[in-house]
Design a binder for this molecule. Sequence first.
Ligand code: ZN
Length: 175
Amino acid sequence: MLPIKKIIIPELLTKETVRALLSFHPSPFKNHEGILYWGGYDFNDTVIVATCVVPKATSGPQEVHTTPEANAEVISYLNKHGMTLIAQVHSHPKDLKRHSAGDDKFTFMPYDGYFSVVVPFYARKAMSPLTMCGFHMYHRGKFHVMPDNWTMQNVKMIPGYVDLRGNKNGLTHFK
Ligand SMILES: [Zn+2]
């Protein structure tokens, strides 16, 4: 049995995630896979994503690699800000949202409850709904692909802004 683990991510950070992945493309017409890490706070059964960290990486149409040195920089950055590593996120071509054969290897220091997220279509279709992405949980030596209904129940996107005043355009009029 996999452990209970919920992921909470502010909507804004899903946008930053897509922005980071798109930044790996050499041009609007050429695609490269991209990579970043989610850092934040781990409360055992709930993790809260608080930041996106883009590592130094080399990318290509079918691959993206980081070095141990680049990964060490990610960890040291997160430590400096009192956060831990929650997930690795990388993009894939087409609708491929599962790990490729090599993906289980390039992930660094996975621990039980660590996540790997694959964003398909090189992130060009963004990542909403979240079920279009592939969530993988590391547990007892390997990554497990999480089914879409797991993602629906356990990954919560929190709006960054809401206006409860009910004004049509959100403007306050002073008279
Ligand atoms: Zn991959």
